[in-house]
Design a protein around this ligand. Structure first.
Ligand code: PMV
Length: 318
């Protein structure tokens, strides 16, 4: 049996603009998804996803039919891998997550990466990180039709990354630890819908929206430098500037704004939403002295503090 794990992610800077050719900064977080894979001698593919209360099986031929929503990432990854490497085999697959799929920490991207990495190990096919990224990115685009692939890069390479759309650039950012506080709004964000909404706005007002994207790009470049210097006060200020631009894009929400405001009031250097917006998580940065009071304030406003270690290692065979 093969056991693989891949980390979740948090977007630090540059969401949405990254879908349109700009860079972003993402970090892998040490909340991992584990996948267990075994070959079978027959033509059945068994899936066991206890986090979703899901146990099911299909035949290899069924990989050409539409999949149930909860199984899409796992099965599309298998289908794409089988097609690319001309393999047909029965399988047993089990996935286990250290974090709730609700948080927006990238469970779908982590599971996609872990499945493809696991299959390559199981069938003795050497694939590079780049090949893994390309196949995982194809899988996500087959399912969602949109996305930059930043979350896949975090799951594959680990650490904190400077990332450009579709993996045109993937560069490690040198940083040991990021004093980040993560607050979950309790609301699941709908990434694809928000990305499409921003696409629409870009079509309607290209000058206005491109100006916002260009400003975000400048913030990302500055943030990369300040993160490498561990200048957290300045990183916080840049988060606030990034959040202003996201607000202008119309992707923030009342709950996100409440949690961001309370984090700033209670001493954080900066705070912003992380990811598509509309819900999921906000992030804040604070010095050690203020950390507890910021966390308490977020909890008081009914945000759930999610403890994550940052950055984390990329996908690995365990
Ligand atoms: O909602 P999340 O955490 O998957 O983040 C989406 C980030 C976007 O930039 C809006 C989309 C993308 O694929 O980069």
């Amino acid at each position: 049996m093969i056991k693989v794990s891949a980390p979740g992610k948090l977007m630090l800077f540059g969401e949405h603009a990254v879908v349109h050719g700009r860079p972003c900064i993402v970090t892998a977080v040490d909340a991992r998804i584990r996948v267990f894979l075994k070959k079978r001698e027959d033509n059945k593919i068994f899936l066991n996803i206890p986090d979703l209360n899901l146990r099911d099986f299909l035949l290899i031929e069924d990989l050409d039919k539409p999949f149930k929503k909860e199984m899409k990432f796992v099965l599309t990854a298998i289908k794409n891998f089988f097609e690319k490497y001309q393999i047909k085999s029965g399988l047993e697959i089990e996935t286990k997550s250290e974090f709730s799929m609700e948080f927006g920490l990238g469970s779908s991207s982590a599971v996609t990466v872990a499945i493809i990495k696991g299959l390559s190990e199981l069938f003795g096919i050497k694939i590079t990180k780049r090949e893994l990224f390309d196949l995982a990115y194809k899988t996500v685009l087959d399912i969602q039709g949109v996305g930059s692939g930043f979350d896949l890069a975090a799951a594959i390479y680990g650490g904190a990354l400077y990332f450009v759309t579709a993996g045109k650039t993937i560069k490690k950012i040198k940083v040991k630890d990021i004093p980040l506080i993560v607050g979950y709004t309790g609301i699941k964000a709908d990434t694809a819908t928000l990305v499409k909404m921003v696409n629409r706005k870009l079509k309607e007002s290209p000058r206005k929206i491109n100006k916002i994207f260009n400003e975000i790009e400048k913030i990302v470049h500055l943030a990369k430098i300040e993160i490498e210097k561990a200048n957290w006060r300045r990183v916080g200020e840049l988060m606030n500037l990034n959040q202003n631009r996201l607000r202008e894009l119309g992707v923030s929400s009342k709950k996100l704004e409440n949690l961001i405001a309370i984090a700033l009031d209670s001493g954080a250097y900066g705070a912003k939403l992380s990811g598509a917006g509309g819900g999921d998580c906000m992030i804040a940065i604070a010095n050690r002295k203020n950390r507890k009071s910021v966390e308490k304030a977020i909890e008081k406003k009914e945000g759930k503090i999610i403890k994550v270690r940052i950055p984390a290692e990329g996908v690995k065979i365990e």
